[in-house]
Design a binder for this molecule. Structure first.
Ligand code: COA
Length: 181
């Protein structure tokens, strides 16, 4: 488990100390690879994890909140079960952590992976969480030894990925590639 904080945070160390989750709580609620994150807008920690299970209805609500169509829950469950990696972002609450971000990857687990369903709840967009979600996801993929990561982005979010170092496919329309070297 790791603890990270926003570079932009204006908080005094006292505030942060008060709200930082112990490793035990982090692990018990969110799993082994959980990372907590603070940003300047919110005194409650956010937590990234790839091992906490999802409430499918909460996940679908999140994906619908960003404007994506409804999908049959049984198919969503199978897609998630078959995914190589699924990452959630929660706003911490000891009893009811709130899912506010999500991304998943499919792939062979060795060489290639493709990222899908990157979403941050609109209420929390624009505060750096999308970038942190991608960073957490990419680190998990690097730890697996994945050599090439792809994703398909709509034209209006290409800049979001470009700013993180993604390279557009030659025709520059819809596809981006990331290489580990
Ligand atoms: C795309 C999305 C995940 C970004 O999340 P976010 O938390 O709002 O993004 P961040 O606040 O971390 O932004 C990081 C940077 O990307 C920029 N950015 C964010 N969304 C952007 C967009 N749609 N277009 C261009 N730049 C964008 C921000 O300005 C910021 O720039 P900076 O580093 O220079 O400050 C979020 O807007 C979202 O869920 N959108 C709806 C679903 C979607 O389209 N997902 C992508 C599927 S391919």
């Amino acid at each position: 488990m790791l603890n990270i904080g926003s570079k932009k945070s204006r908080w005094s160390s006292g505030w942060k100390k008060e709200n930082t989750l112990s490793n035990e709580i982090l692990k018990n609620i969110y799993g082994d690879q959980a990372i907590q994150y603070f940003n300047e807008d919110n005194p409650i920690p956010f937590v990234f994890s790839d091992s906490k299970s999802f409430d499918l209805i909460e996940l679908e609500q999140l994906l619908q909140a960003v404007g994506w169509g409804r999908r049959p829950l049984r198919r969503v469950k199978r897609a998630i079960d078959n995914s190589l990696l699924k990452v959630g972002l929660w706003q911490h609450d000891t009893k009811f952590p709130r899912l506010i971000g999500f991304a998943r990857c499919t792939g062979d687990g060795v060489i290639d992976a493709t990222i899908w369903d990157v979403a941050i709840n609109p209420v929390y967009q624009g505060t750096g969480l999308g970038k942190e979600l991608m960073s957490y996801l990419m680190n998990r993929l690097k730890n697996l030894g994945i050599k090439r990561v792809t994703l398909f982005a709509d034209a209006d979010v290409i800049t979001f990925y470009k700013r993180q170092g993604w390279i557009l496919e030659p025709r520059g329309s819809k596809c981006a590639f990331w290489y580990s070297n």
